[in-house]
Ligand binder design. Structure first.
Ligand SMILES: [Zn+2]
Length: 272
């Protein structure tokens, strides 16, 4: 079984424009057309059993629509795509929206500080983290470099360490192994904190030229905290699997990463 914990798609009427804009920023050719149907096709042709779509509320006024779309996409996917929600940390009704998300039965929240224009360690966001934790939702945070603001890292590894320590009951998923493009070697304490999980979204880019670091991080953290993810449409299942399968990992470790951890942490059961 294979579950992708990091996917993106957009409402049909926004998909083409959004993909054009994001492709120009990323300098990458996307692997879907950005629509729900395109994402379901990606799931089928890539041998995935299910995926999690991570929406991003880029403004206070869009958060409700973003979450309604995510919820509708989940319903239409017939057990193939599971939705996270998103809030804008500075939206006046962010707390209210978190409650609405939890009531919908959504399992987690995605925040992307580069696209939402905040710094993850900003204590003005702490009431949001507090509520996410209290509602029993998990929080996936885009971590490290992002091409939209290449010279300004909005969620460096140090910020993840700070927030995870300040909210020990919060389940935090650091996307891109906790810090895309680490720069200097990351603060390794991130791999010791029990409430921090990691996803493998665009994994080859995370460790470009330094592939041996991955094995070291995996050993330090343990495979039980690593979730398979692609960042569809920005990378493929094949690329991520090729990277992982070069690491000489046991079948059991691969199973943990490929689906067991997602089932346990996020209660993802494809087809249901
Ligand atoms: Zn992503």
């Amino acid at each position: 079984m294979l579950i992708d914990c990091h996917m993106h798609c957009f409402p049909d009427k926004l998909a083409a424009g959004t993909m054009e804009k994001l492709s120009a920023i990323c300098g990458t050719v996307p692997n879907t057309d950005g629509t729900l149907q395109g994402t379901l096709d990606f799931i089928d042709r890539s041998g995935l059993d299910a995926g999690i779509m991570l929406p991003i509320a880029t403004s206070a006024h869009s958060q409700r629509n973003v979450n309604d779309f995510a919820w509708k996409a989940q319903a239409e996917s017939k057990g193939k795509l599971f939705a996270f929600g998103s809030v804008h940390p500075f939206a006046p009704d962010a707390i209210e929206e978190l409650h609405r998300i939890a009531e919908m039965g959504i399992r987690g929240i995605k925040l992307h500080p580069d696209y939402q224009d905040f710094y993850f360690q900003d204590t003005r966001c702490y009431p949001i983290y507090e509520e996410i934790s209290a509602l029993g939702l998990v929080l996936t945070i885009h971590a490290g470099f992002d091409p939209v603001s290449p010279n300004d890292i909005h969620a460096p590894v140090s910020a993840l360490v700070q927030v995870a320590q300040d909210f020990p009951k919060l389940t935090l998923i650091g996307a891109h192994m906790g810090g895309l493009g680490f720069g200097a070697e990351p603060d390794k304490r991130i791999f010791d904190l029990p409430n921090v999980w990691f996803d493998t979204a665009v994994l080859p880019s995370c460790y470009k030229g330094r592939e041996s670091l991955f094995a070291e991080h995996l050993r330090r953290r343990g495979a039980d905290h690593i979730l398979f993810g692609t960042d569809c449409p920005w990378d493929t299942v094949e690329n991520i699997q090729d990277f992982l399968e070069r690491q000489d990992l046991s079948g059991n470790i691969l199973d943990q990463i490929y689906y067991k951890n997602a089932q346990e942490l996020l209660h993802i059961h494809p087809g249901l």
